[in-house]
Design a protein around this ligand. Structure first.
Ligand SMILES: Cc1cc2nc3c(=O)[nH]c(=O)nc-3n(C[C@H](O)[C@H](O)[C@H](O)COP(=O)(O)O)c2cc1C
Length: 199
């Protein structure tokens, strides 16, 4: 990335870094990102999720809307995402508001998942207390028999969330802490404005 004359649109640059991370890093899950949400008291919480879609509209992840993050997102759509690739000395921070992806888009993605993951989505009461190995096995077996011989439909609580970015920062590590940073922010006309930041 040319930090002296950054591209006007940060989205293709994000795609480029996602692609390079996938091609060059030796670790798995280069599409994993930390997702921070806030609860009704303004207390933040953070967990990893997987990037499952990306285009000019923003990054997409999927989760159980009845989970802790789902509850927090329903009350406050402000989120922060963080990607970090140690081997490339790169970080991307994205801040914005979540919106739900369309039912058609979520259905199409759900249909592409392995059957075991589809059953798992039905079987898990994500973030609820009281999980046991036996309880999980029992619920998996119950849904396997419920959907025996048919396609597994998407659970109504299993939703896709798109983060519509308000701000995107690219960070490239450099020698002697002379890292390079550029932040993109959407201005009042909806256009991207860039600023170089001291490291
Ligand atoms: C590498 C990695 C990827 C994950 N990807 C997802 C994901 O895409 N969706 C999801 O719901 N949980 C994912 N999880 C699990 C979450 O981190 C978290 O445990 C779960 O979603 C419950 O979070 P909550 O209680 O804050 O809602 C992932 C965990 C790891 C370590």
């Amino acid at each position: 990335m040319d930090f002296e004359t950054p591209p006007t649109d940060p989205m293709p640059q994000c795609q480029l870094w996602f692609d390079e991370a996938r091609q060059k890093c030796t670790v798995p899950n280069t599409h994993a990102m930390a997702l921070s949400t806030v609860d009704a008291q303004g207390r933040p919480s953070c967990r990893m999720v997987l990037l499952k879609g990306f285009d000019a509209r923003g990054p997409v992840f999927y989760t159980n809307s009845e989970s802790r993050k789902g509850d927090e997102l329903a009350g406050n759509p402000n989120v922060s995402l963080l990607f970090f690739w140690d081997e490339l000395e790169r970080q991307i921070r994205i801040e914005g508001l979540v919106e739900l992806v369309s039912a058609d888009e979520a259905d199409a993605y759900f249909a592409s998942r392995p059957r075991g993951s589809q059953i798992g989505a039905w079987a898990s009461d994500q973030s609820r207390a009281g999980a046991t190995a036996a309880g999980m096995k029992e619920r998996v077996a119950a849904f396997e028999s419920q959907f025996d011989g048919q396609e597994v439909p998407r659970p109504p609580h299993w939703l896709g969330y798109r983060v519509v970015p308000r701000s995107i920062e690219f960070w490239q590590g450099g020698a002697y802490r002379l890292h390079q940073r550029v932040v993109y922010e959407v201005d009042e006309r909806g256009e991207w404005k860039t600023q170089r930041l001291w490291p």
